[in-house]
Design a protein around this ligand. Sequence first.
Ligand SMILES: *Cc1c(COP(=O)(O)O)cnc(C)c1O
Length: 420
Amino acid sequence: MKDASTLKTSNSWRFTGNELKYVKEVLDSGFGSSTSGNMNQRLERAFAERFGVKYAVTSNSGTSTLHQALVAFGVGPGDEVILPALTVVMCGYAVLHVGAKPIFADVDSKTFLMDPSDVEKKITIKTKAIMPVHMFGQVCNMEAILKIAKNHNLYVIEDCAQCYLGTDSRGRIGGTIGDIGSFSFENSKHLSTGDGGILITNNEVFAERMRKFGGLGFKNIKAENGQVRKNKDVFQDPLYLRHDAFGWNYRLPEVAAAVGLAQVERIDYLVSKRQQIAYKYLEAIERTGCDWLVPQGVPLGAVNSYYTFAVRYEGEERLGISWYEFRRKFMELGGDGIYAALALIYNEPVMQMISGSGRFFHDIEGQGAILKGFVENAQCPVSEKIQKKLMLFTSNQGIEEDMNIQMNALEKAINYFGRR
Ligand SMILES: *Cc1c(COP(=O)(O)O)cnc(C)c1O
């Protein structure tokens, strides 16, 4: 067997802070609390402080968080929630989970993000909330989205799973602009606890509902406090009634929260590393004068947190070089790989199935009958077009040497095709 110290991977650089120390604290305390609170509380306080918000609520995933937010808004059967077509399927799942219909908005061809003018077009009398998703690390046009929300009296849940500390053109941090911000600690994200998530808001009512819903509806749960067992004599009384709200168990394990606390302590560093490599990719594109790789457009004054470096590949039309061919060459030249953008949500077989027959599984009769027909009229031509063109370059190289390998591979690949 290999010594653990030799098992370090290219991802190890992300977990070299207080992670082990805090995990040990949790185990040494037998999953108890110290005077400074348990790990979930400490993580929540640190996160809320860094984002400058009143409340933070931990969760077991960045999908659960979306579910909690929609529940807090009171979204349910008969309602519609508008989200971009170009995002992860989990955004649609969360909407379906509360029995509402996902309605798909198109994206902007320059920013690859939810297009406010298409959002406006898709509003109906049933619309209850908008879910802008800050894809690839960049905050959506929140100015326009908030204006629409205000005019139509809609809630706004920002999905920031891919956007930590990204800001809009007015310098506002993604997640602090709408009613609620949702983050994921899944392992590919800027901050990771293996799996996990967190919600932020300045709204006390929403915070309490989200915490209660994620914590099985215990009546002691408050907006700023997840502590359930307060007074033994009360808690051990046979007449004691515990639950005054409905909920799932979406709690984040203490061991994961310990890792999360250490990650939040280094949040600026972790984000800056991703930005550093993105700036190197940008440099390579600039140096070569390449105009057939079009990077995600960053509005003036905005800051992209670069979960991944996203570009629109126009080499197929311009040079006759296929997406696949460019990717192959990039990797041949030492590049780490290029991801495609995920298929549009409404093109995924699961969405077709639920929308068509109300089934959640192909071999069980309709469990979601009320949700039928939400993909039939889904029309997002820009999303359709650019989804196939997007190239997502990895940005999780922690050390300069690895970043330069990526940058050089990109530069060489551009020159290889561009100079023929
Ligand atoms: C990762 C991700 C999620 C879901 O997060 P999980 O923690 O994996 O459930 C939601 N939205 C976006 C945009 C994501 O990238």
